[in-house]
Structures are given as structure tokens and as C-alpha cells.
Design a protein around this ligand. Sequence first.
Ligand code: ZN
Length: 76
Amino acid sequence: MIELPADIACLIYLGIAVTVLLGIWLYSHLASRKKKQVEFPLQYHSCEFCNFTYLENPAEKLSRCPQCNLLNDKMT
Ligand SMILES: [Zn+2]
């Protein structure tokens, strides 16, 4: 049997715990990045009231400006 001093055993235990936590964080981070992929092409739109430029779904006829919260009509 391998004999370890208590401080070395504690250090190994903490190293394994930190490695497992980093692995869980890395897995969840990569999984959340995949969820953020856009499913439809977005287009730039400029608000006709405040000239704030934002991304919108081109399939929608009206879009809400995130800056002034007013509805904008399609300019195309
Ligand atoms: Zn606006």
C-alpha cells in the first residue's frame, strides 16, 4: 500500500476536485455556445425614430427597436 502524507493527499484531492469542476464548466460553456447559433438569417435594420441599428428577423413585418421600444415598419 502506498503511504501518503496528509498534506499531499489533501493536495491531490483538491487537484482532482478542481479538475472535475473545470471540466463541468468547460462542458457547459461549450454546450451554451452551440445553443446560441442563429436559426434564421438576420438583417440589419435602422430604427426610423432613433436611428439605432439592430438585427431583426426578415420574416417579420414589424420589428421592435430595442433602444426606444417603438415598432418599425419594413423598409424593403
Ligand atoms: Zn428606436
